[in-house]
Design a protein around this ligand. Structure first.
Ligand SMILES: C[S@@+](CC[C@H](N)C(=O)[O-])C[C@H]1O[C@@H](n2cnc3c(N)ncnc32)[C@H](O)[C@@H]1O
Length: 250
């Protein structure tokens, strides 16, 4: 799914700032990193900007130029230099190797179909130094499994910096056997009751159970896989994993 203008504006309003517990968790995890960190699928700067402000040598990658522009704007406002790459994570090609690559904030689950997610993990491994670390997080939408809630409708209205209203509506269908839900999203910019701009997108979110993720990472060549934290953040609560690149071959 590609975030365009309105979806980026909406995301940047509702997810403007990482929670203090998230920022301090990553500050602690990353504090002994010697080289550069890459934040894959970094979005509009929610967590990237506070980590940059904390002094980490961190770069960002995202497929959406709108998200990247917003991150750049936020960094510039803080007087910070930020290196950004407009690339898809399942085709990542940067002439550099990283000490840490993080794909967090529930983003990994947006890579669809599953074979693209596997490709992303393989290519990310090739961009890590030997012994380098992947940080990845996962949530499981238990509400779709335990309750009879396979369809969900959602409506939310926010105001942007110019005082314009953005109406977000979502219709969501889950398939617990395929381990995915599909969200049909509509974003409408309103002046009074008049719609002056509309954007639609379809977001497919996959989920992975613990053993499945561990086996997947091992099969790709990651080792020492462990859970660093359960229930980080809110809506969704994320489980954060660490995996180490083993071997020298890609
Ligand atoms: C839900 S946002 C999360 C952003 C950020 N990780 C955070 O925690 O705020 C997901 C981001 O992933 C990006 N994205 C989606 N698919 C991508 C892909 N295949 N490659 C790179 N970025 C992608 C989107 O543009 C968006 O910025």
């Amino acid at each position: 799914m590609i975030y365009e203008d309105l979806s980026t504006q909406y995301y940047d309003i509702v997810k403007a700032h990482a929670l203090p517990e998230e920022v301090s968790f990553y500050q602690k995890i990353l504090k002994n990193t010697k080289g550069t960190i890459l934040y894959g699928m970094c979005g509009s700067g929610r967590l990237l900007i506070p980590l940059l402000q904390s002094g980490f040598d961190i770069e960002g990658l995202d497929a959406s130029s709108y998200m990247l522009n917003r991150s750049r704007e936020r960094a510039e406002k803080e007087g910070l230099h930020l290196v950004l790459y407009k690339q898809s994570i399942d085709g990542i090609s940067i002439n550099k190797k990283y000490d840490v690559i993080m794909i967090v904030g529930g983003s990994f689950q947006l890579i669809y179909p599953r074979k693209n997610a596997i490709k992303a993990l393989q290519l990310v491994k090739c961009h890590l130094k030997e012994g380098g670390k992947l940080l990845i997080d996962i949530f499981i939408p238990w509400e779709f499994l335990y309750e009879d809630r396979e369809k969900e409708e959602f409506r939310h209205i926010v105001k942007n910096e110019s005082g314009e209203q953005i109406l977000f509506t979502r219709s969501c269908i889950a398939n617990k056997h395929k381990q995915l839900f599909i969200s049909q999203n509509t974003y409408q910019k309103l002046i009074g009751n008049r719609v002056i701009k509309m954007e639609k997108n379809k977001m497919t979110v996959l989920w992975y159970y613990h053993h499945e993720l561990v086996l997947l990472l091992q099969s790709i060549g990651y080792s020492k896989i462990k859970i660093l934290k359960k229930k980080l953040g809110k809506n969704p609560e994320l489980t954060v994993y660490e995996a180490i690149r083993s071997g020298i071959f890609c």
